[in-house]
Design a protein around this ligand. Structure first.
Ligand code: BGC
Length: 741
């Protein structure tokens, strides 16, 4: 990637001599300050009183065929094949789309930005790393999701980007999926609500948002050649429902279609997904952008509803133009793609508020990152109140773990955020963020003795633990795009390390830095467990604040932690043949056919719905998380009207201020064919010691409906419903019944 980038720089020099005259118009709009009155005279689409649709239509009428084609494909990505002569126009991100300078339509500069803006080291810039997307889902908090999106939106613009590729919301059907950390967990209502709020606030910064990967891209193994096979009902009620909600809340500029095929057709040429569901049922007005290299045809993709190919123009460049000229693609079809791109540009404000590079607010970003991490760290075990640590009583702490002296691990792939001052990491390098648990813990008390052992030699780590009041073991599981985990065990003998340390000192607390669930064969032997996920730029301070009780943990798991991989719906991961022949054919041919299939026969039973339906014990259930205080639930009342309304009381029965995420699940009528229960509402209640609050929640009827394949519509079935309220999917003390006609 580095070399390719250098290649682009060489092209830049070459351009000075050979191409600059040609390229001049593309750069022009950035040089002329625009007088708004003049603009609306000559360019009526610059009138902000018109709707984005009207403005898009006015521009479209002025455009030539070549200008239209330019809007429906990318121009390359640093590191992706040979750079094009116009590569110098890019901003160093995932790609760019040429604008129409004579009409005042800017270039689209695109960056990956899952948990922060990507490739800042490569480009000599700076980005904040937020906690992973999965971590942010553990906050169950729409306000936090909004702060997350705003920060990324601001940093994108500061770095010269006007479009983000964040917004991952594939449901965790397969927890070994290496991208689980980029998504929002296993429940469609939780995931869709949070991704929607994140993207809404991101787009408020005037960047175009993108929700991805549409759809059923639930494993990385063979992602370009797998056919995900699933019924319409489970797809609409689960995986697609997360997208539906996210799109309804955020109205994102774009939806990214995924690499895989769904029920036989590649996602980027899948009429059912792109036209029937997205455009017709959901009335999505933005554009569909292909994942990088996920376009496989011109005619089929265009007719199915793919609006823009990325990162190049294999199918949506000269071939597309030729197809229009020869009449095999109707001009109106091209116009529809272009109209959608233009509409999103107007709706997001990237035309009215052109990007201006500026300095990233580093301190504010770090502060936000720490606060969001504190709201996302889940306390899983706290035996005999070992936590919070009292620096007045604890005199010595052993900090154990690979890199626990210098950093915390982060998630890889196109989501990777570079640490400040680092070299650009290579694809799938393990990147440790310089947020030092050892240092953060050392600041907690003048008389505290804090010693470090990497754990490379479990014997020496155990010896240190035996001489310390408390042993803190920081363990990690690295995951990334383009890989799946072989299982859910901690790698590199870390289970054995924990066992050994816990044997030496039962006051052992494990801090997990993981991208997905892990199994814990040592659970009974340790006193405390905290799930810190990939905790971002300020992870160590957030962990220390919770360990020492400056922050009372409130987060809850957005995925189930199973006891064993054999309990998963698919104990064995399906993989393509290892010779790669199928993949090579697919990437070249343009008549791509998947080479293997994953049958999602568990259907509606995703995550906790699977374990509930199959009566399986789990290690930690969906929705689980401890606090340093106790909460009690009472007095549930349920009423039906246009929506279902619930009232109940939550009381802080402990002696510390805390936040409780109260969860509501519904059981649908017995003949509905649904799993035992689904999450339908939740609330974050902030409570002082002894304080009691009435929580009122409204459940939209859609959340109680099922998808009827025969009529292709949602139906709320008549019959008996029950509602369950409590602190996790497996701790629900309050119940109420309701009969709905
Ligand atoms: C990933 C996308 C990403 C794109 C651009 C692809 O490999 O699947 O999520 O946005 O690359 O980097």
């Amino acid at each position: 990637m580095n070399l390719a980038w250098l290649g682009n720089r060489v092209h830049l020099l070459a351009c000075v001599v050979a191409f600059c005259a040609l390229m001049e118009p593309a750069a022009a709009p950035h040089r002329h300050p625009q007088d708004p009155t003049k603009l609306t005279e000559n360019r009526p689409w610059m009138d902000r009183n018109l709707s984005p649709d009207e403005r898009a239509e006015l521009v479209l009428k002025e455009m030539t065929l070549d200008e239209k084609i330019a809007l429906i494909h990318g121009n390359g990505m640093p590191g992706w094949g040979e750079p094009r002569p116009n590569a110098y126009l890019g901003n160093g991100g995932a790609g760019f789309v040429l604008g129409v300078p004579r009409l005042g339509i800017p270039m689209i500069q695109i960056s990956d930005a899952a948990y922060g803006v990507r490739a800042s080291a490569q480009n000599g810039r700076y980005s904040t790393a937020l906690p992973s997307n999965l971590a942010s889902a553990a906050s169950w908090d729409t306000q936090s999701a909004c702060e997350y999106g705003s920060l990324i939106g601001r940093e994108l613009r500061a770095q010269g980007y006007n479009m983000t590729l964040g917004g991952g919301v594939n449901l965790t059907r397969e927890p070994r999926n290496g991208r689980t950390f980029e998504y929002m967990g296993e429940d469609p209502i939780l995931a869709g609500t949070l991704v929607g709020n994140r993207m809404k606030c991101e787009q408020e910064q005037h960047v175009m948002g993108d929700i991805k990967h549409f759809a059923m891209n639930d494993q990385e193994s063979g992602r370009n050649e797998v056919n995900s096979v699933i019924g319409k009902r489970p797809m609409r009620e689960t995986d697609l429902f997360a997208f539906q909600l996210g799109i309804a809340i955020a109205q994102p500029a774009a939806v990214m279609c995924s690499y895989n095929a769904v029920n036989g057709d590649y996602a980027c040429e899948n009429r059912f997904l792109l036209t029937d569901v997205l455009r017709k049922d959901w009335k999505f007005k933005g554009f569909v952008i292909s994942d990088w290299g996920a376009t496989h045809s011109t005619l089929k993709a265009s007719a199915a509803g793919l609006d823009q190919e990325q990162p190049l123009d294999d199918f949506y460049g000269p071939r597309y133009k030729q197809a229009v000229e020869s009449g095999s693609i109707p001009p109106a079809e091209l116009d529809e793609h272009v109209r959608r791109v233009l509409r999103s540009e107007f709706a997001s404000g990237i035309i009215d508020f052109p990007v201006k590079k500026s300095v990233v607010d580093v301190q504010a970003g770090l502060e936000t990152s720490r606060i969001l991490a504190e709201r996302s760290i889940v306390l899983l075990k706290n035996e005999k109140g070992v936590l919070p640590l009292d620096p007045g009583k604890v005199q010595s702490i052993a900090v154990i773990g690979p890199h626990a002296d210098t950093g915390m691990i982060s998630g890889g792939g196109s989501a990777q955020v570079d640490p400040p001052g680092s070299k650009a990491p290579k694809w799938q390098d393990k990147v440790w963020f310089p947020t030092s648990p050892l240092q953060a813990i050392r600041t907690r008390g003048a008389n505290l003795r804090v010693a470090f052992d990497s754990g490379a030699n479990p014997g020496s780590a155990a010896e240190l633990a035996s001489k310390s009041d408390i042993a803190l073991v920081f363990v990690y599981q690295w995951t990334s795009e383009d890989m799946d985990l072989p299982n859910l065990s901690l790698p590199e003998n870390q289970d054995a390390l924990i066992e050994k340390v816990a044997q030496a000192n039962p006051r052992t607390i494990v801090v997990l830095e993981t991208g997905t669930a892990v199994t814990m064969p040592w659970l009974d032997k340790v006193s405390g467990v905290m799930e810190a996920w990939y905790a971002g730029s300020k992870g160590a301070d957030a962990v220390a604040n919770i360990l020492f009780g400056e922050v009372n943990p409130s987060a809850k798991l957005p995925i189930t932690f199973p006891l064993d991989v054999n309990d998963l719906p698919h104990p064995q991961l399906q993989k393509p043949s290892s010779d790669g022949v199928g993949l090579a054919a697919i990437m070249k041919s343009g008549e791509a056919k998947p080479t293997f299939a994953v049958h999602y026969e568990e259907g509606l039973k995703v995550g906790y719905k699977w374990y509930d339906a199959e009566n399986k014990k789990v290690l930690f259930p969906f929705g689980f998380g401890l606090s340093y205080t106790k909460f009690e639930y009472a007095s549930l009342e349920v009423r039906a009207g246009a929506a279902v309304t619930l009232n109940f009381n939550v009381k802080n029965a402990g002696s510390r201020e805390g936040v409780e995420i109260a969860e509501v699940y519904a059981t649908l009528p017995g003949d509905s064919g649904e799993p035992p229960k689904r999450l339908v509402a939740w609330s974050r209640a902030e409570l002082k010691p002894g304080e009691s609050k009435q929580v009122s929640l409204t459940i939209p009827m859609e959340y109680l409906s099922v998808f009827d394949e025969t009529t292709n519509s949602w139906k709320r079935l008549p019959g008996n419903y029950s509602f369950h309220v409590g602190s996790s999917s497996r701790d629900l003390p309050l119940h109420a019944k309701l009969t709905l006609d």
